[in-house]
Design a protein. Structure first.
Length: 132
């Protein structure tokens, strides 16, 4: 079963971002008590300019730190994609903000690898397992 996707996108107002962060923390705590795996994957924002080889994380640094401090496993787009800036296409040229197949593949592979390393629940999965 899948859990709802919650956005901590940098373009939303602070009040909505704080609410989303609080919801993620609450979901993580509820799942932790039930021993259910929970991983947050930061799907990057795509700039609307013509630069299809750039991106920015959708989770702001402060939110990222608070989530990780609470024991939430977060796979950051910066960690996954930064080394490919200027070398790969991150969004479809005419697809508005839709990520490219490359981004889909990298997010999927990284998530699968993280789960394969033995992450069971947020209680067992500190951010140190996955930080660059």
């Amino acid at each position: 079963p899948s859990e709802p996707v919650v956005s901590l996108v940098t373009t939303v107002p602070n009040s909505q971002r704080r609410l989303a962060e609080a919801l993620v923390l609450r979901i993580a705590e509820n799942l932790r008590r039930r021993d259910i795996t929970f991983v947050v994957v930061d799907v990057p924002e795509m700039p609307l300019d013509r630069d299809v080889q750039n991106f920015r994380p959708s989770i702001e640094p402060g939110s990222l730190q608070r989530l990780r401090a609470a024991g939430v496993t977060v796979l950051s787009s910066e960690m996954i994609l930064a080394r490919y800036r200027g070398k790969r296409i991150f969004r479809r040229p005419h697809g508005e903000q839709h990520v490219s197949p490359f981004v889909h593949r990298m997010l999927g592979r990284t998530t699968a690898a993280a789960l394969a390393t033995g992450i069971k629940t947020p209680r067992h999965a500190t951010s140190s397992h996955l930080n660059p």
